[in-house]
Design a protein around this ligand. Structure first.
Ligand code: GDP
Length: 130
């Protein structure tokens, strides 16, 4: 997902291009503004964190580009996470999306599912009709 900061900064083309150049295929995409219920469900695992409210405020403040990206094997989530880069701005390597374009951990441009199971859960949330 290109998060609100990515859409606001005009980085969607750059980000999608990186997945495509890698050899992954975009099989669904939708620009939409998440309501709080969707954002809270998306970040359910962080519900008890002190920054949960801030996270939901951020995700709902303007449109995101939700995407389903497909690859040839069942490790697509892992390939995407490598392209995206580490969560913390201090650790995100140059060459990754976050390493090249993000200057804060809170607004780090992209979300990527962290397992096959979370990819399925998140596809069901964002693309209920797919
Ligand atoms: P990800 O899977 O790499 O996105 O990382 P996590 O699932 O651990 O965290 C989800 C998102 O929460 C991150 O991508 C950040 O945007 C945000 N985040 C992480 N730590 C903090 C924090 O301390 N404060 C705030 N406001 N957001 C944070």
């Amino acid at each position: 997902m290109c998060k609100p900061d990515a859409v606001e900064r005009g980085l969607v083309g750059e980000i999608v291009a990186r997945f495509e150049r890698k050899g992954l295929t975009l099989v669904a995409a939708e620009l939409k503004t998440a309501d709080r219920a969707l954002a809270e469900a998306h970040y359910d695992e962080h519900r008890d964190k002190p920054f949960f409210g801030e996270l939901v405020d951020f995700l709902t403040r303007s449109p995101v580009l939700a995407m389903v990206v497909e690859g040839p094997a069942d490790n697509t989530f892992s390939i995407c996470r490598t392209l995206i880069g580490k969560t913390s701005v201090d650790d995100a390597q140059p060459g990754s999306i976050r390493g090249d374009f993000a200057t804060t951990t809170n607004e780090n441009l992209v979300h990527g599912s962290d397992s096959h199971e979370s990819a399925q859960r998140e596809i069901d949330l964002w693309f209920p009709n797919l």
